[in-house]
Structures are given as structure tokens and as C-alpha cells.
Design a binder for this molecule. Sequence first.
Ligand code: SF4
Length: 314
Amino acid sequence: MGDPDRTRTFFDIGTVLLYTVGSSLKTYKSQRRQRRGAMISNAQKLTAPNSLIEGMVEGYRYFFNSNGHQGPLVFFGDALDVFERCLKGSDVPNLKAVLPWANENPERLEKILVALGKLEMVNLGEEFSRELATEQLHKKTRKMSVWFQLTDVCNLRCPYCYIHKKSTHMDLELGKVLIGKLVDDSARAGIEEVIIKLAGGEPTLRWSEGRALIDWAENQFSDSSVRVKFHIITNGTILPESLLDYLAAGKLGISVSLDGVGKWHDRHRFYKNGRGSFLDVEKNLEILLSRGLRPPILTTVTRDNLQGDLDPII
Ligand code: SF4
């Protein structure tokens, strides 16, 4: 057993340290709140970004900043009241005049505005944006994503596809040269992690080349301070056994496109001959699940499959 007095002293020091760190953090946070509060009242006009898109789904009004970092957002209650007025170009005195609770509780108004500002849904002035950008930069791990388009060939003919189908593929030697450059440039730029995404066309049609690139890159990055990760983005119709082995070994991640269940998927994602691909994708998803792999699902939503039941996917 340890000496109880020593344990107590250690505990007391720990408490003091925690208290000191906790109270400086509190002071820092309250100073930052005050500073942001001042920025907001100085903001001339509270406006929504020009890149804002809005719409209705199943009775809910959603908003999406296409130049921001967030997905679609739905606001309720006081937040919606404030946001709707910002859409019309309100300012803080005006908000306080039209929303009685905001006048009585300016801290709540400030909190809502800061939250909307952090979500990049309301412009709170240049000073606020600058501080937010610096904060985001500090939070981010320095990651870099690189897409390797292994091929322009695909076995499906999705109507929304933007790939011009040609029988061209990425040359393996070119891929190796690119990886060599990534090894040098990422380290020089202070990047911590490089994620290589294998895409297409349908990248599993060139899986042997993809696998060769993974092996090559792992070797090339082995002496680098930069971590390298791999990910394949597939339509899920082809699942080579050796790809399953690589997935099981944790050598790469996988995302599968699925636009709904049954006919809802098949409306978009069919083969050259018009046959839907759902049954093949479903079979391969079951194989992945049976091996303990739960791939993220990528769904393209259009008017054709909007009514489809996404519950079984989610
Ligand atoms: S699976 Fe992908 S690459 Fe192939 S047609 Fe569909 S969207 Fe295009």
C-alpha cells in the first residue's frame, strides 16, 4: 500500500493544478465571449451568406451554405426567429426591438448569434470571421486528400454521372511518380496525414493496379513522418477477394454507393443493358457486414428516389 499522506499531497496538488487550469480556461472563455459580444454589437448588419440554399423536405425548412463547412441545417424556436430576421438583413438593435425575449435576455441572443456565426450561417463581420478562421485552422489536423482516378471505365450508367466514359486508365508508373512527389511535398508542407482515395469510373475494375499502388505507397511512406491512409469509393457491384483481404487487414477503408432500397436504387444505378444493380450491391454489402465491415454509404438523392425509404439503409 502507498503512504496515505503522500497520496493526499499528490491529490491536493492535482486538485490545485486542475483548479488553476480550470479557472484560467474559464477566464479565457469568458474573455472570448465578451470579445465576441463586442464584435457582434459592432457588426453593421447581420446577413446570411450569398451562397445560402434553402428548401423544404417533409415540412421542415432546411438551410445549406454551399461555401461553408456544414451540411444542411434545420433551426427551431428562437434560433429560427433570429435567423429569419438575419435573412432580411437585420441588426442587433432591430432584433431586440422585434423579439421581446432578446431585449430581456441579450446574453441568449448573443449565444444564438455566435452559434449561427460559427455555423457560417450569419455574417457577423470581418473581425468575427477572421477569428473563426484562425480557430478552425488550429483545430484541424493537417490532412491532405488526394484522389487517384484509376479508370474512366464503369460498368454502370447512372444518369447523373459526370464521368465521360472512355477506355482510359491511370498508368501505374504515373501513379508511382505521383506517390513519390506526395512523399516529398507532404513532408515539406508539414502535412501530418495523406489520404489516398481510389476512385473512377469504377475503381474495382482496376483493383490489381490499386493494390499495387497501395503496396508501393506504404513502402515509400514508411520512412516519412507523414501517415498515409487509403480509401476506395465503389459502386459496390464488384468485390474481389483480395480487396476483402486488404479491408480485413485494415489497409484501406471503403465507401459504397447505394441510392435507396430495391427499385429506388435501380432507378439511378443500372448496368449498360438497363438491368438494376441493387441485388448485386446488396449481396456485396452482406459479405462486407459478415466480415465485420460497416462501410459508409454514399447516397445521391434526386427527385427520382426522394420518396424512397432510406430507413433500411440508415
Ligand atoms: S457508378 Fe459512378 S462512375 Fe459509374 S456511372 Fe455511376 S456515378 Fe458514374
